[in-house]
Write a protein that binds this ligand. Structure first.
Ligand SMILES: CC(C)(COP(=O)(O)OP(=O)(O)OC[C@H]1O[C@@H](n2cnc3c(N)ncnc32)[C@H](O)[C@@H]1OP(=O)(O)O)[C@@H](O)C(=O)NCCC(=O)NCCS
Length: 177
């Protein structure tokens, strides 16, 4: 099922057929460097039996939310993913976070797709979807301070840094207007 389209991207639900592409994405240390799976060696079998079934189960539990595969519209090539999910459902949920009902935004693109504004474009589309269709009250994202490209993507889309967080990990947030 397609969630949304932007001028250059299609965001759709993951299927079992995406296992190799997701494995390749998660196997690139340049891509995972600033993520929660940094330093880990992914296994294709785990992606098949745990990760993808988990993504698919989440679509059923909360329609419109989840981790969505991103394809380039023109080529239909898999380039990564974008995510919207209740922050409470994150494995790294922080119980001290002052806005526990926020919706978390995330994204991960393969290295060859970087530097063309695709992350910013996907985030723009997802924010519009989150606020207008899902009627999310606020969207937040966690980012390691060192991840300058990701900070830029968030700031370009209007998210601002909260006082909450620490020197290494920043929380960004945007409320629906
Ligand atoms: C972060 C990520 C999604 C950015 O994707 P992208 O499509 O290249 O991003 P965009 O092109 O939309 O925007 C990146 C911006 O950061 C800038 N940028 C890129 N690398 C930078 C760096 N090292 N320092 C400062 N700015 C940088 C770009 O110039 C661009 O800004 P501009 O539009 O003003 O020129 C991509 O690098 C990625 O998938 N990284 C791995 C996963 C990840 O870290 N996810 C985020 C976890 S919070």
């Amino acid at each position: 099922m397609t969630l949304l389209e932007t001028p250059r991207l299609v965001l759709r639900e993951f299927t079992a057929a995406d296992a190799e592409a997701l494995f390749e994405l998660n196997s690139d240390p340049r891509v995972t460097r600033y993520t929660d799976i940094a330093g880990q060696t992914p296994e294709l079998a785990t992606i098949r039996t745990v990760d993808l079934p988990g993504y698919r189960a989440a679509y059923a539990l909360a329609p419109g939310y989840g981790v969505f595969a991103a394809l380039e519209r023109e080529t239909q090539e898999f380039i990564g993913w974008f995510m919207l999910r209740p922050f409470r459902a994150a494995p790294y949920f922080d119980s001290g976070y002052p806005f526990p009902n926020d919706i978390e935004l995330g994204y991960r693109l393969k290295f060859s797709a970087w530097g063309r504004g695709l992350a910013s474009e996907g985030v723009k589309g997802l924010l519009h979807y989150g606020f207008e269709t899902l009627r999310a009250g606020a969207v937040m994202a966690l980012v390691l301070t060192e991840n300058a490209a990701s900070v830029k993507v968030l700031e370009k889309n209007g998210l601002t840094k909260l006082a909450y967080g620490n020197a290494a990990l920043h929380f960004y947030r945007l409320e629906r207007v």
